[in-house]
Design a protein around this ligand. Structure first.
Ligand code: SF4
Ligand code: SF4
Length: 239
């Protein structure tokens, strides 16, 4: 499971500040398991948006937002409301936001922060797309992740090494920041480059204990627990 949690409301409204008509796209997969998605969360967000003078143009709950083809086909039946939309609010992990952004010509705004994907890239596994950095920047970068597309995971790219759109670290690789620049240009959002924070809060990389509920973590916890119990029993025996 890709662990993701809701962004704080204040951050959400900062990102949505310049947009009036909002369409909500939500993933019916991992976020439901993390209590950060599903129809209940969509309804909660709708209420919050309306209360803050936004217009909700519609919503779509899609089984797995990391399935690009599915996202495209499901959004195709919402063309009319999407025409009256300024931005799409995406309730999912970073992979789902990127899949949605790649299928529409609108800004895709992440409603959640992804804390850990444990290397899993959902149903879009051809490349690493989300590294679970804990602070999703996709609202500012046109739906292209700077952490995974830039070889140095820079927030203040592009670096001086970019040449003909290729990365200096690996010549065959597209420069992530070149892609971000072009995407922002297409969206008319080059101003976003001035808003990207220069520093990352690396504390957010750690996953809080209460979110460590996946099978792997559960197994590790059981192991640690049994070792402790076993040690205590041995100590008791010796005493
Ligand atoms: S910025 Fe990238 S690594 Fe961080 S949560 Fe978003 S998609 Fe994942
Ligand atoms: S060339 Fe582009 S992708 Fe490569 S390290 Fe520099 S900014 Fe990042």
């Amino acid at each position: 499971m890709v662990v993701n949690i809701p962004k704080p409301d204040k951050e959400l409204f900062n990102m949505l500040d310049e947009y009036k008509g909002i369409f909500i796209v939500a993933c019916g997969g991992c976020p439901v398991g993390c209590d950060s998605g599903g129809m209940e969360r969509v309804k909660e967000l709708e209420g919050l948006l309306v209360k803050n003078q936004k217009k909700v143009t519609g919503n779509a709950l899609i089984d797995f937002l990391c399935n690009k083809a599915l996202v495209g086909s499901r959004l195709a039946s919402h063309i009319e409301p999407l025409r009256n939309t300024d931005a799409v609010l995406v309730v999912s992990c970073g992979i789902g936001v990127q899949a949605t952004a790649s299928m529409i010509d609108l800004p895709a705004i992440p409603a959640n922060d992804t804390l850990s994907s444990q290397g899993m890239q959902g149903l879009w596994p051809s490349s690493e797309r989300c590294a679970g950095c804990g602070t999703c920047y996709l609202a500012l970068t046109g739906g292209i992740c700077p952490i995974t597309t830039c070889s140095k995971s820079l927030l203040n790219g592009m670096c001086g090494g970019q040449h003909d759109g290729k990365c200096e670290v690996e010549e065959s690789r597209d420069c992530g920041w070149y892609l971000i620049f072009n995407r922002l240009k297409e969206l008319g959002k080059l101003d976003n480059l001035k808003k990207i924070p220069m520093l990352r809060d690396y504390r957010k990389l750690d996953v809080p204990d209460k979110e460590r509920t996946t099978t792997r973590w559960a197994l590790e916890k059981t192991e640690v627990y049994s070792e402790t119990v076993w040690k205590q029993a041995e100590e008791k025996k010796e005493a």
